[in-house]
Design a protein around this ligand. Structure first.
Ligand SMILES: [Ca+2]
Ligand SMILES: [Ca+2]
Length: 131
């Protein structure tokens, strides 16, 4: 089911942007096991009603539905954002804000950056925060 990944990596992110993505990833990955779990996102955004926030993140990024976000999924997501038309500067700014603990927001206004219908169907099974 999760094996059918969309090819969204036509545009490569510049190295410095990938590095920044990875820096944010390691901030989120508090135990350093290279997977972000829902609990970890809740720790990171503890002050800011994290459940909705965490849900949005996993909804958008956990491509294979295993309830964790790997570094590959994470960087892939930002590539997807770049491919949907967000400029490198904008992505960079967004990463800066996220690193400061600003809330995640959905990328709906970018059209292609949002999850596709297929994934929307799946998301019920991906919700991890409640257990
Ligand atoms: Ca982790
Ligand atoms: Ca995953």
């Amino acid at each position: 089911m999760g094996a059918k990944l969309v090819n969204y990596e036509k545009i490569e992110l510049p190295t410095d942007l990938v590095d920044k993505c990875k820096r944010l990833f390691s901030l989120l990955d508090t135990d350093g096991d290279k997977e972000i779990t829902c609990v970890e996102t809740e720790i990171f955004w503890a002050k800011n009603f994290p459940k909705t926030n965490s849900f949005n993140i996993f909804d958008q990024i956990d491509r294979n539905g295993d309830k964790t976000i790997s570094e590959k999924e994470w960087v892939g997501f930002w590539k997807k954002v770049a491919n949907s038309g967000m400029s490198e500067n904008e992505i960079s700014t967004r990463l800066d804000f996220l690193m400061r603990g600003y809330l995640w927001e959905r990328f709906d206004h970018l059209g292609k950056a949002t999850i596709d219908e297929n994934e929307k169907q799946k998301k019920k099974g991906c919700f991890i925060c409640s257990s």
